[in-house]
Write a protein that binds this ligand. Structure first.
Ligand code: HEM
Length: 508
C-alpha cells in the first residue's frame, strides 16, 4: 500500500538522479517479458515507470480513477515493481475463485522489516502447511464462530465500560475515535491473552504511526535491486524505530503471560478456557507439530492479531458513526429499530443483535463505501492470464475492493449512503459476492470477520440505544470532514469529536 507524502517525495527526488546514473551505468534491471500481452495502462517513463502517477492523491483514489480510464484489469510499473489492478467484480472472481490456486499468497510486503518478524505472521506466510497450522490454531482458540461466542462476556463488559464513561461526561464533547479504538484493543487483548494490553495507549499510538509510515511509498522498496537505497531510506529508519518500540511491548506482554502461566500451572488466560497465547506456546513446546514455532513467530502473530483486531473494526465503526451523523434520517431509523426491539431493557445484549436487521444493513453499507482495506494484495505463484492479459509472475495483483463497491452496474447511486439497498438483497460481505469484498474471499479471506463484526455490532447498537448524538463544536452534518488517512486500515484522517446525550425518545 503506497502513500506518497511530500517529504518522501522530496527525498525520493533527490535520490532519483542517483538511481538514473546507477541504472544507466550498470543496466541492472533490464525489462523482462517484452513478448507478454500486458494489460493496458498509462504510459511509463524510463526508469521510474508510473511512479510519478502515484503522487498527490491517496493511492486507492488514484487507482480508482485510472481504472475508469483503463478498464477492469490494468497495469502499472512503479519503479521496478509491476502492479496489476483489478477493478470489476468479474475480474475479481477470475482471480479469487477461478484461479484461486494461482493467487493464494499475499506479496511479501514490506520487505525486510520486523513488524511481521520477517514475514512470519499469518498474512505474509506463503500458502502451505505452516500457514495452515497458524490459521487453524487462531480459528480454534480465537476467531472461529464458537470461540467468538465464548468471548461474549468480554465484549459486553468492555462495551458497558464505554457506555458508563460516556454517561459520566454528561453532554460534554469528547473524542469518540479514541474510545472506540481503546475498546476494540481491550476486547482483542483480553480474548487473546486474558488481560488488557498494559501499554495500550502507546500501542495504539504506535499502530497509527507505523501504519501510516508502512503505507508510504518508500523509494528503497520500489527499487529493490538497488540495495544501497535501504541505507538511505528515511521511511525505513523511522519504521525501525517504531518496530523496536513495538518489540519491547510485545516482549513484555509475552513475558508477563508466561509468568502468569507458570504461576497458575500452565493456564494463564481467559478463566476456564484455553486461549490463543496458551495455544501458541503449547504448539511451540510440542515436538510433534512437524515444524518449529519461534518466539518471533509468536510475537508476529500477537502483533498481527492485536493490531488487526484494533485497527480495522475501529476504523469501520468510526466510519459508521460519521455516516450516521451526516445522515440523521438513517440514524433515527436505526435508533427506532433498536429501541423497539429492546423494549426498555437496561442494556443491549448480544442475543438482541440478531433482530437488528437495519443495523446490519448500515454496517454492510459502510463496508461497501469505506472498506478499511481498499485494495487487497495478492501475488501469483506462476505466470497466468486474467481477462485475456498476461500477468507476470513477479507482479503484485491488487483487488480494488473500493472500486468493486462502487461499480455502477451493481450499485445504483454508488456514492450515496443508502443502507436500504441491502434490505431486500441477499448480497453480503462473506466473500461470495464479488461486488462487496471488504474481507476478501477464498482460502486467504479474513479469518477475523466474525470476531470483528461481533464487536462492531454490539458497540454500535449500544451507542445508538443509550444516546442521541451530535457533532462537537457546533458543526453541522454538512461540515463534517470525511477525509481519509491511508494506512494499513484506511481510517478517518481527523478524529471524530461528538456530544452524546442520554436518549430522549424511545424507552432506553
Ligand atoms: C472490519 C474488520 C476487518 C476487515 C475489513 C478485515 C479485512 C481483511 C482483508 C481484506 C484481508 C485480506 C483477505 C484476502 O486476501 O482475501 C484480511 C486478512 C486477515 N485479517 Fe482481517 N479484517 C478485519 C478484522 C480482522 C480481525 C478482527 C482480525 C483478528 C483479530 C483479523 C485478522 C486477519 C488476518 C490474520 C488476516 C490474514 C489471513 C491470511 O493471510 O490467511 N482481521 N483482513
Amino acid at each position: 500500500m503506497l502513500q506518497f507524502s511530500a517529504f518522501s517525495f522530496i527525498l525520493s527526488s533527490s535520490l532519483f538522479l542517483l538511481i538514473l546514473i546507477y541504472k544507466v551505468i550498470f543496466n541492472r534491471h533490464a525489462t523482462k517479458g517484452s513478448n507478454l500481452k500486458l494489460p493496458p495502462g498509462p504510459k511509463k517513463l524510463p526508469v521510474i515507470g508510473n511512479l510519478h502517477q502515484m503522487i498527490g492523491e491517496l493511492p486507492h483514489h488514484r487507482l480508482y480513477r485510472l481504472g475508469k480510464m483503463y478498464g477492469p484489469v490494468f497495469y502499472l510499473q512503479v519503479g521496478e515493481l509491476p502492479f496489476v489492478i483489478i477493478t470489476t467484480p468479474e475480474a475479481a472472481e477470475e482471480v479469487l475463485k477461478t484461479q484461486e490456486f494461482t493467487f493464494l499468497d499475499h506479496p511479501p510486503y514490506p520487505p525486510n522489516q520486523t513488524t511481521s518478524y520477517e514475514n512470519s505472521n499469518i498474512f505474509f506466510t506463503p500458502y502451505g502447511e505452516f500457514w495452515r497450522q497458524l490459521r487453524k490454531i487462531c480459528m480454534r482458540e480465537l476467531l472461529g464462530v464458537k470461540s467468538v461466542r465464548s468471548f461474549k462476556s468480554i465484549r459486553e463488559d468492555e462495551v458497558s465500560n464505554v457506555i458508563k464513561y460516556i454517561e459520566s461526561l454528561s453532554g460534554l464533547p469528547f473524542n469518540l475515535s479514541e474510545r472506540i479504538s481503546a475498546c476494540m484493543n481491550r476486547v482483542v487483548s483480553k480474548a487473546f491473552f486474558g488481560d488488557a494490553c498494559k501499554q495500550q495507549d502507546e500501542f495504539i499510538a504506535l499502530l497509527h504511526e507505523g501504519s501510516s509510515l508502512a503505507s508510504r511509498l518508500d523509494i528503497a522498496e520500489v527499487f529493490p535491486s538497488l540495495k544501497f537505497l535501504r541505507y538511505l531510506s528515511w521511511v525505513k529508519l523511522k519504521l525501525n524505530r517504531v518496530y523496536r518500540k513495538y518489540d519491547k511491548i510485545l516482549s513484555t506482554i509475552l513475558a508477563d503471560y508466561k509468568m502468569r502461566r507458570e504461576n497458575l500451572g500452565g493456564q494463564a488466560g481467559v478463566p476456564d478456557k484455553k486461549d490463543l497465547a496458551d495455544g501458541l506456546l503449547r504448539l511451540q513446546e510440542s515436538n510433534d507439530s512437524g515444524f518449529h514455532l519461534t518466539t518471533d513467530n509468536i510475537k508476529g502473530v500477537i502483533f498481527e492479531i492485536i493490531s488487526s483486531g484494533t485497527d480495522t473494526p475501529s476504523a469501520t465503526l468510526e466510519w459508521v458513526m460519521s455516516e450516521l451523523l451526516m445522515n440523521p434520517r438513517v440514524m433515527a431509523k436505526a435508533q427506532n429499530e433498536i429501541r423497539r426491539v429492546l423494549k426498555g431493557k437496561d442494556r443491549v445484549q448480544e442475543s438482541d443483535i440478531e433482530e437488528l436487521n437495519y443495523l446490519k444493513c448500515i454496517i454492510k453499507e459502510t463496508l461497501r463505501m469505506h472498506p478499511p482495506a481498499p485494495v487487497i494484495p495478492r501475488a501469483p505463484s506462476k505466470e497466468c492470464k486474467v481477462n485475456g492479459y498476461d500477468i507476470p509472475m513477479n507482479s503484485r495483483v491488487l483487488i480494488h475492493a473500493y472500486a468493486l463497491g462502487r461499480d455502477p452496474r451493481y450499485w445504483t447511486n454508488p456514492e450515496k449512503f443508502e443502507p436500504e439497498r441491502f434490505i431486500e438483497s441477499s448480497v453480503d460481505y462473506k466473500g461470495l459476492h464479488y461486488q462487496l469484498l471488504p474481507f476478501g474471499s477464498g482460502r486467504r479471506m479474513c479469518p477475523g470477520m466474525a470476531f470483528g463484526t461481533a464487536s462492531i455490532e454490539l458497540l454500535l447498537a449500544s451507542l445508538l440505544y443509550h444516546f442521541d448524538w451530535k457533532l462537537a463544536n457546533g458543526q453541522t452534518p454538512e461540515q463534517l470532514d470525511m477525509t481519509e488517512a491511508f494506512g494499513l486500515a484506511v481510517r478517518r484522517k481527523y478524529d471524530l469529536y461528538v456530544i452524546a446525550s442520554p436518549c430522549t425518545s424511545g424507552s432506553a
